[in-house]
Design a protein around this ligand. Sequence first.
Ligand code: NAD
Length: 480
Amino acid sequence: MEKILNYINGELVEPINGNYFDNYNPSNGSAYSLVPDSEKADIDHAVAAAKEAFKTWSKTSKQERSDILMKLADTIEKHSEELIIAESKDNGKPESLARAVDIPRAPANFRFFATAILHEHSEIHEMDGVALNYTLRQPIGVAACISPWNLPLYLLTWKIAPALAAGNTVVAKPSEITPMTAFLLSKICIEAGLPKGILNIVHGHGAKVGDPLTTHPDTPIISFTGGTVTGKHIASVTAPMFKKISLELGGKNPNIIFADANFDKAVKMAVKAAFSNQGQICLCGSRLFVQKEIYADFKQALLDKVSQLTVGDPKKESSNLGAVVSKAHMNKILGKIEEGKKLGGKILTGGNRVILEGNLKNGYYIEPTVIESLPFDCSINQEEIFGPVVSLIPFESEEEVIEMANSTKYGLSASIFTENISKGHRVAANIDAGVVWINTWLLRDLRIPFGGMKQSGVGREGGFKSLHFFTEPKNVCVKI
Ligand code: NAD
């Protein structure tokens, strides 16, 4: 089986203890590669390399950093097809989705931040002829970048790119469940001639690698995307060390359909928001609130559309949904569906594992599932499921839906469908979410402040917000 290796100080290296664990292909349930079972010693090695590289990289001019990262983007693009196939094999997502969404975002992330640093400007505060204050924004040191399995390369590069562009060096820890495209990225970095030590990638289990990384005295800055429970842990262990942290966490996002919405557009987007990437996107609209006047018609149109979705081989263009990421995650989702039934939920469609034929029979496939009749405040409508499961909830008034939408501990994103633009603005302003879409879903502009409120996160990433996060402002006061 192919061995994934750590990438430290510009070289591909074995974990120091020589141990590995299996990496599974979710489409057929078989192990197909080995992942380094790294530990503290590997983190210490990577952080030392990154700390040394910081001395030079932080002093490298912005133009030169930009040129190096642009070259990396070009090299990633050259390997797009290989990355698409690898991402789908590692994660279970359809290749068509990796081709349209995941992989193009990796070079786009590098180009976006490689050019952003050339256009940044600093602030000046004048004191009426007495003094002039100006603000320097300086790189901080070694950034720890920790990413999840749902959009592996997309989210890894979303952190690495601004950290490096801003002049920091990086030790990254990709999810142990989907390490393959991070490994391919290491090889691409070597091919592109990335300076040694500025990016280091250490593979391994969550806490075993994550804790030594987040609590290392030489990683003053931490960018984490993942679950709320892990985020809480990282916040608690790093707070006494006064580290700068950015947390992008879970969501239970409302998708609100008013009676005056463009009906066909709302149905189409509701299906996309619920089932894209098998429902494993932090922004998925998993609570579907529909106004009573159109509830019956909307439900029927939704079920018609869902019946046209194909769960199948991620390699086939015809597959709308592939496999979910792991056996454990599949069982968790099926368990949540059972819990929903016990709570009185009615399964309108789906609810079961799908067994495909031939060599895919052991893959982790689940039918797109629609549940109704569950109270808005029950566990199924409050906790993140992170699978192809959407709950339909009727509502009467604007006030009522705002209250129900805001009832969870999360506050990541929301979508609102209405042709009454004043109502759209009003509801958007009253929803607890860091990102709100009106008449669309997941339309991303990389410049916007992206992130969640409540237990969906701390801080914002995107555009100059990311560059600000990865730099320390320093005020210089000059007496005139
Ligand atoms: P997770 O929290 O289990 O793991 C995320 C990463 O953290 C992995 O690399 C994991 O190995 C690592 N980790 C685990 N324990 C750690 C520790 N003690 N210290 C440091 N790192 C540790 O999350 P997941 O299951 O991989 O991803 C799914 C979750 O991510 C969902 O909740 C989803 O909503 C969330 N997510 C959020 C966003 C966002 O932008 N807000 C985007 C994508 C995914």
